[in-house]
Design a protein around this ligand. Sequence first.
Ligand code: LRH
Ligand code: MN
Ligand code: MN
Length: 432
Amino acid sequence: MTALPITTAVIERSNETLAAAQAADYAALGEKLARRGVDIDALTAKAAAFFVAVPSWGVGTGGTRFARFPGVGEPRGIFEKLDDCAVIHQLGRATPRVSLHIPWDAADPAELKAKADSLGLGFDAMNSNTFQDHPKDPRQPLSYKYGSLSHTDRAVRDQAVEHNLATIELGRAIGSTALTVWVGDGSNFAGQADLGRAFDRYLDSMKRIAAALPDDWRVFSEHKMYEPAFYSTVVQDWGTSLMTAQELGAKAFCLVDLGHHAPNVNIEQIVARLIRAGKLGGFHFNDSRYGDDDLDTGSIDPFRLFLVFNELVEAGERLDALRPAHMIDQSHNVTDPIESLIRSANEIRRAYVQALLVDRVALAGFQEENDALMASETLKQAFRTDVEPILAKARQDAGGAIDPIRAYRDSGYRRTVGAKRPAAVGGGGGIV
Ligand code: LRH
Ligand code: MN
Ligand code: MN
């Protein structure tokens, strides 16, 4: 049995100094919400029951294609990554599952499961990687330079399909029930690829993957506007993703990565449409200013995140049937990844609670009357509410930290792993 990385004493000591102020803030917010007819404890219970998965690739320091500046005590493999994920969940209590990327995280399934069990973690959707070559993987000798699932060469497509099947197999052994497929397939020059045929080949490959899914599994197709291909991308937007999910049938859904759209695109409307189509499969949360920046969720545009959650809450029972997967997908280039992931998960919960605060009866009335200003104010009133005392109470009651970043810094975890894990060498780009 692996000991949990942060001791209870560290969390308790940190909470002791903050408990009185937290209780007072919670009581004050409770009174304020009661005047609006809202029961604060019911909100706290909903916040505490809302979880989001962390990406295994997010706990290592990220980089760009220009450079990567390693951090102190970076995890050397999936087992150390799981230790870091456990810290995030111990302090924040919002992230009990980890999303793996294969073959980056390939390991013996029994060992993966045992390690996760000992840390109180589980596994969320598996991600297959056919967007780079894997020279060390004997089962993937062919290059993905010109694509994977949509490649012109049948042998490369076969290899990419097989890799997805192997990813499902590993996921099945460790208790996952979903596969996320994102391919970088596309072209850099007009004329380089036949836009129609490339999509036909992609669909054909995806059908083979969907046909091999276990009964209780789902497959998510993740779209992305551009990068690594800069002229055309095979699965470039939610339209193509929806066509894919519809052709593939009942087990196929669309995954929305918030960073994978042109700036200013109305993502919450895309979410509303996918719910309407019964095809919203899940999210990769992050934030961005320009492109697929992979910045901390809610760090640039928390209002947009809130508007996405507003659609989710508005959907009510329709969403219960869809059970969308909530996952973070970020790259941390200048922050401690553990801190970024703790606060990102908290921002996601914050957006959820703020969305729960929207007076839906009033909003529907203003919409019916075409009272644009009051409809907008109804949303803004919820968004302006500082719900941090609710988030802190949910953490505290679940054994986490009232102020998780402070508790993390006080714990000295980064220093401790820095002494154990050799410093990584910086240099060229790359996302891991
Ligand atoms: C692509 C992406 C996709 C990958 C991950 C590493 O930009 O969002 O989800 O699997 O990044
Ligand atoms: Mn993503
Ligand atoms: Mn991305």
